[in-house]
Design a protein around this ligand. Sequence first.
Ligand code: 3HC
Length: 690
Amino acid sequence: MSEFIKSSRDGGVAVITIDNPPVNALSPGVPEGLRDAIQAEAARSDVQAIVVTGAGKTFIAGADIKEFAKIRAGERPRLSLNPVANAIEDCPKPVVMAVHGTVLGGGLEIAMAGHYRVAAPATKLGQPEVKLGLIPGIGGTQRLPRLVGVAKAAEMCAFGEPIAAAEAQTLGLVDRIAGADLLADAVDFARSVRGVPRPRTRDRVEKLGAASLDALRQQVRRRLRGQEAPLAAIEAVEAAARLPFDEGIEFERILFEQCLHGSQSKALIHVFFGERAVGKVPGLPAGTPGEVREAAVIGFGTMGQGIAMAFANAGIPVSVRDNSDQALARGMEEIRGRYQGAVAKGKLDTAELERRVARITPLGSIAEADLVIEAVDEDRARKRVVFSAIDQEAKPGAILATNTSSLSIDDLASATNRPREVIGLHFFSPAQVMRLLEIVRGRRTAGETVAAALQLAKRLGKTGVVVGDAPGFAGNRIYHAYRREACLLAEEGTPPEAIDAALTEFGMAMGPLAVGDLAGLDVGWKIRRAHADLRLDGGRYPQIEDLMCERGWFGQKTGSGWYVYTEGQTPIPNPAVLELLGAMDGLRRVASAGEIVSRTMAALVNEAAKVLDEGIAARPVDVDIIFVTGYGFPAWRGGPLHYADEWGLTAILDQVRQRHAGSDAVWTPAPLLERLVKQGQTFSEFRAEL
Ligand code: 3HC
């Protein structure tokens, strides 16, 4: 018997347990072992029905994602688990799948090959393969529509969002919701169906009526712009309605393999493992990090409110302070308003709204807080005063964090008597929504503090990435290099909207100029003035946004920036900015979409290589995840450095050198980029010397 599979008997019911921690993935040996165990139990005369369950926190959470790279590289044969699913379905005795936890991808496909499904109440079921750039590959696109109908199956396979057990029961995917003891209920259920002719999902045709999926396709093209797998998933589900089962399975296989060997699945799988890798920082102390049970936020503007909401959403009580009572009252009102918006959209119920609001206490004590974070104005002197005050008030051992996006952590730490407990927590706006949390480690920040911040990020549902303390940290520094090119392109004659269009077409969530308008152009203006000393001799720096700010055009908040914003209307390019641009000296030339993308991306990659070389980001994957989770970089391109590897580092370096030769010091080639090209290596092969 397989090492992953255990069998026992309970009266006339065999119980087969899959045990492949942590998530019972279908690693080699698991599906085959399951099939063999089912066949062995079915052959016994004292067994009349079979229950399959998963050990630990979940039933099978999917195929083993680590295997896909090996299949792609030819180290493993192609995925061929349909015969296993068919053998389970052909079992002459009823097979009841007792499911709990996250029944995802191949896990749901195996569950659907069983004859019945009994689910624990909190179970989530779904086909999330598209999130890895794949489609279901063990018959999911053929069995799911037979159970829930073509339209619902297409939606589930295209968006990859799991559904709850109760909905699954209504749809016909689950036969029974268990009580507190899943296994006991599943065994009872199995007894009740022994001897009854077992239904095979593949034979069910009653829900296979044709459905028009055009509207879904349009929605997918809009919401998942640029992604191939969701459209392939719809095509495969659609085929279930027109082809016999076995032909449908073959159709699915062809599309699955196309996706598996395409660049998007490689990129998305890189992001899947990358999101988990960033949390594992070499050299941190072993042991469980200190837990944040209570928090405090100082400064209750937009950022402070968002941070307070992030804590409240995660169930952590948070005190908030501001130097004006009005600001506190207004902040609480705005928070309530945002939660009410979520209630109106059906994302939250009113009881939960009240619970979350109740976790936020204006003027509460900070003496009990395990972490105090300041989110006051971005002003060095002010922040130092605040830091020194909270150092006096906070309990010993409490972490003092700053949400600065541009000031030095070491400098702020020097205003306290506890530099080991001082850290940067750079939330992105809106803080209650954005996934990225840059965790900025000062020179004296203790490993324990970093570990606690990483754990906090996870609890807040954020992706924490540890970066070094240098101007702009990792993300903003690299993003500014990319935005600089966008502004220069505009100054040289390319229409601003063409620049944004080229980059959104590339896959960025928003164009860089529209992002400036959203964030507030005055923010960058202030930082540019405060850090004028960081400008390189011989570097070109765009003027246009300074000119705009001098005129009070700060973007969306003033109704005009790169675009003009009128309530209820689509923003239009700002004619006054076009006039300013037209009056600027120099080149007048419209760059093509290809040139816009290659120039801005080469700048981004070159700067990222400098950031790696300087140790501000430790690993290329850290940069990739920062950009995917915080800057709207398309996950299906894997992040900028994964994309750079695909693009080819030699081509990028050639472009960097050409631009540098055009006498712009900002384009000085990154030594790391030069080294990698010289050694014929890629970013994925880069290992920092720690
Ligand atoms: N294959 C391999 N490893 C997996 C895995 C999988 N399907 N799912 C999770 N893991 C690993 C993670 O990499 C992580 O490893 P680490 O501890 O070494 O970093 C560990 O299991 C725990 O995972 P999480 O940290 O993500 O644990 P959570 O409890 O937060 O989440 C989960 C659990 C909801 C199952 C989440 O891991 C998840 O969403 N996994 C992916 C599920 C998925 O996409 N399934 C479909 C796979 S593709 C497929 O099935 C194709 C088929 O149709 C042919």
